[in-house]
Design a protein. Structure first.
Length: 264
């Protein structure tokens, strides 16, 4: 059965956006041609959330809605709420939820991750993909959406961690995708607040240092941290490894709790 893509014909003449296939074409995302675009980090983040039908998930800095839409597509019945400070990205995220016929599962509102005035501990899972660069350490990308996505400006890493811990319920999960060379900062901010950490490195290929990690833990739990075997993104050639292919192309979950190398 061919999936309906509402409004697709209207997008063909829009030179400011592209429509791109994800997880084997079961999800399609409208993205700005220039500026922030969804990367494989987004796909892995969505795949790592251990949500089930009826769970409430919060994403901070939703951008164009990639992670939230991908999660909702994988887990029917999950409720995902996203916030962002950029009106144009929120509008795009709404389009993506509608485009994938998931607006009943994905809700959005304008908001800052530094605003912790709402009810505390109301979500089963919180996921974030914070800017990877600390302010002043590199040249900020010229596109506004890409600049906010890649470099600390309105919020620091401390703010992002506080957002996660504040909003997740007791024993709920916090999941963060981040640069491997800054994972010590994430772990330090989570210490004594989020435990049972599962740390998953992503290697460009076997034998190369990891550039990205996913860190997942449970609020209020004091269990020990585990450094998982890791996942190679590519094999000996430029093709994705079978483990990465299962997630990126087939839409499989990334089960960090039960992960063993070669069996995501």
């Amino acid at each position: 059965m061919t999936k309906n893509w509402p409004g697709e014909a209207d997008l063909r003449g829009d030179l400011n956006v592209t429509v791109d296939d994800f997880v084997g074409g079961s999800v399609r995302l409208i993205q700005p041609r220039e500026g922030y675009r969804v990367s494989m980090d987004t796909v892995f983040l969505a795949a790592a959330i251990p949500a089930k039908a009826g769970d409430r998930v919060l994403e901070g800095g939703i951008g164009s809605g990639g992670a939230s839409v991908l999660l909702a597509a994988r887990v029917p019945g999950v409720k995902v709420h996203g916030i962002d400070i950029q009106d144009d990205m929120l509008a795009l995220a709404r389009k993506n939820a509608d485009f994938n016929e998931l607006s009943d599962q994905v809700t959005l509102e304008k908001g800052s991750i530094t605003d912790l005035t709402g009810p505390e501990g109301t979500y089963d899972h919180v996921m974030v993909n914070p800017p990877y660069l600390a302010a002043g350490t590199a040249i900020r990308p010229p596109a506004a959406s890409k600049g906010l996505a890649h470099m600390d400006s309105n919020a620091t890493l401390k703010d992002w961690i506080s957002f996660c811990v504040y909003n997740v319920r007791h024993k709920g999960t916090v999941t963060i995708v981040y640069r491997a060379d800054r994972m010590d900062e994430v772990i330090a901010r989570l210490y004594r607040r989020v435990g049972e950490l599962k740390i998953m490195p992503f290697w460009p290929r076997m034998g190369m240092p990891a550039k990205r990690v996913i860190i997942q833990g449970r609020k209020g739990v004091r269990g020990a941290a585990t450094l998982l075997p890791g996942l190679p993104l590519h094999g000996t050639e430029d093709r994705y490894s079978p483990e990465a292919e299962a997630i990126l192309r087939c839409g499989d979950a990334l089960d960090l709790k039960n992960f063993a190398h070669g069996r995501p």
